[in-house]
Design a binder for this molecule. Structure first.
Ligand code: T5A
Length: 218
């Protein structure tokens, strides 16, 4: 299901520490100033139930098998789409989502080695086929991204071996290459203000007219 709602569905993806959360906060402030109706949400943890699933998934004390991990991410997503994302899109809102189905393909698929077709089937079940119209890859070398995170504050996924994180990043590159109309790549290793500018340009070009974002480039 491509988005044919009055709203727009945009996802941000990338390896650990790429700066998505930071940029979304800055962008949201600017969109507020422009009076643009939008929400910023995230996978996992965009709903009350999802927050509980997120805690289970990221707790390093929890031994979680790859298949359980996959199903928990999809369960979070099913709730997220039904409870928050779809209603927002139907009401004309710009939805900015920090991670979505492509994270599952990158982490559980390319990272863990779970069959990509199985992931696609489960993702369709969880989302009803809801696909973002634009996905922005915050691309950064995995070691550099991990190096930005607080020492000692690492969650279950961040603690994976560096080889896992390299596979995730390579997976993102493959996904972006397969679908260049949907994916845009930002060099997330650049200084914060440069990344901010690159993100604004992309949104302005893709959504400027629809969501009246002329002021985004001021
Ligand atoms: N996952 C998720 C799966 O395995 N499968 C799935 O299906 C889904 C949906 C989620 C975890 O779950 C995995 C992926 C993740 O491992 P999370 O906490 O939501 O956990 O993970 P992230 O989205 O990776 O959150 P991070 O905080 O790790 O990364 P962000 O949001 O990309 O980075 P951000 O903004 O927090 O920045 C990190 C640090 O870098 C600095 C910031 O100040 C911050 O200190 N920074 C910069 N420093 C220098 N230059 C810049 N340009 C900077 N931008 C930010």
């Amino acid at each position: 299901m491509a988005t044919s709602f009055s709203g727009s569905f945009i996802t941000l993806e990338g390896p650990e520490g790429a700066g998505k959360t930071t940029q979304l906060k800055l962008l949201s402030k600017q969109l507020d100033q422009l009076g643009c109706k939008h929400i910023v949400t995230r996978d996992p943890g965009g709903t009350s139930l999802g927050k509980q699933i997120r805690r289970i998934l990221l707790n390093p004390e929890n031994p979680v098998t790859p298949m359980t991990e996959l199903l928990l991410y999809q369960a979070d997503r099913a709730q997220h789409v039904d409870e928050l994302i779809l209603p927002a899109l139907k009401s004309g809102t710009l939805v900015l989502c920090d991670r979505y189905v492509d994270s599952t393909l990158a982490y559980q698929g390319y990272g863990r080695g779970i069959d990509l077709e199985l992931i696609n089937t489960l993702s369709k079940m969880a989302t009803g086929g809801l696909t973002p119209e634009l996905t922005i890859l915050f691309d950064i070398d995995s070691s550099a991204g991990l190096g930005r995170l607080h020492p000692g504050g690492h969650d279950r996924l961040e603690r994976e071996a560096i080889e896992f994180h390299h596979k995730v990043r390579d997976g993102y590159h493959k996904l972006a290459k397969q679908n260049p109309e949907r994916w845009m790549i930002v060099d997330a290793s650049k200084p914060l203000t440069v990344v901010q500018e690159d993100l604004r340009k992309i949104l302005f070009e893709r959504l400027g007219e629809k969501h009246k974002l002329a002021g985004l480039m001021d």
